[in-house]
Design a protein around this ligand. Structure first.
Ligand SMILES: [Fe+2]
Ligand SMILES: [Fe+2]
Length: 292
């Protein structure tokens, strides 16, 4: 198997341009059915993919010591994700679904200019301690890998649903190319986390593990008690939800585990809270921390 260096992975990502809207087949066979079944899901995807300027502002506030390679990745990653958001905005427009507010696309509902939330600025101040910054960086990289795996799997399931409806153009020009980019993002995060962890002490890794287990929320999750997260993931993964969540747990085990026991089923617990639709104390704590 070919061994990739981090440098090579960033270079490969930079060689892969953002997906162009012009390459997407937006003419669909079953507009009414797609509107009915996917309105909330498409809105969620556009919002989460379009939140990257906010994510970048917050990651750079949390981790002031990012190096050139980290920043190159953030740059290419955000260009890819914004293009994914634009595709879902366009798909929503094609289906006649409402723009969010003031006629703006769903994906652009982020503050302008983007400012890190106070929790990020507070934890960023703690990052003047190199020891803590290394912990936060492992958290960020492993969380990134977990989110990309979940995203990759969700596009796989969305593609299956499109295929079952005969929407082959959407499979070919939307879910397949996006899934390929999410897989490349996952590859970068995974290798970056393994490389970073190799330089850390077991106490630092233990703290990153503890924080992950106690603060994880699914990608894009706002307050799980009231938000659409549970419905959206249930709508995407359906009966395969356990398999999707098990795979995310396996990523966490690989990147944060101590090699003796598997981590607790924290990914399942967090999704259960989203599916319950009931705010829990643990969920409120998770919603307050800056690296989710
Ligand atoms: Fe994406
Ligand atoms: Fe991604």
């Amino acid at each position: 198997m070919q061994q990739w260096t981090l440098e090579a992975r960033v270079g490969r990502l930079e060689d892969d341009p953002p997906l162009e809207l012009g390459s997407v087949e937006l003419t669909v066979r079953h507009p009414a059915l797609l509107r009915d079944r996917f309105e909330e899901i498409f809105g969620y995807i556009a919002t989460v993919e379009g939140a990257v300027p906010q994510n970048v502002a917050e990651i750079t506030a949390l981790l002031p010591g990012l190096d050139d390679q980290d920043l190159r990745f953030l740059c290419v990653w955000s260009s890819h994700e914004l293009a994914h958001a634009a595709i879902f905005d366009a798909l929503r427009a094609e289906l006649g679904l409402a723009a969010a507010q003031d006629g703006r696309p769903v994906s652009s509902v982020v503050p302008d200019p983007v400012r890190p939330r106070p929790s990020f600025r507070a934890f960023g101040a703690l990052s003047t301690s190199r020891w803590l910054q290394d912990v936060f960086k492992l958290l960020y990289l492993s969380r990134g890998a977990m989110h990309e795996h979940m995203t990759y799997d969700c596009y796989r399931h969305l593609g299956r649903q499109f295929a079952a409806l005969g929407e082959d153009g959407l499979v070919r020009t939307v879910t397949e190319p996006i899934r390929r980019q999410e897989a490349a993002h996952l590859g970068y995060y995974r290798l970056a986390a393994i490389t970073h962890r190799a330089r850390m002490t077991s106490a630092q890794v233990g703290l990153a593990r503890w924080l992950t287990v106690h603060t994880y929320t699914p990608v894009g999750a706002g307050p799980c008690g009231t938000g659409p997260t549970g419905r959206v993931f249930a709508g995407l993964a359906g009966d395969d939800m356990d398999e999707v969540l098990d795979a995310v747990e396996a990523v966490a085990d690989q990147l944060l585990g101590d090699g003796t026991h598997p981590l607790p089923r924290f990914v399942h617990d967090s999704m259960d809270a989203c599916l319950d639709g009931r705010p829990r104390l643990a969920t409120r704590i998770r919603d307050a921390v800056p690296w989710r």
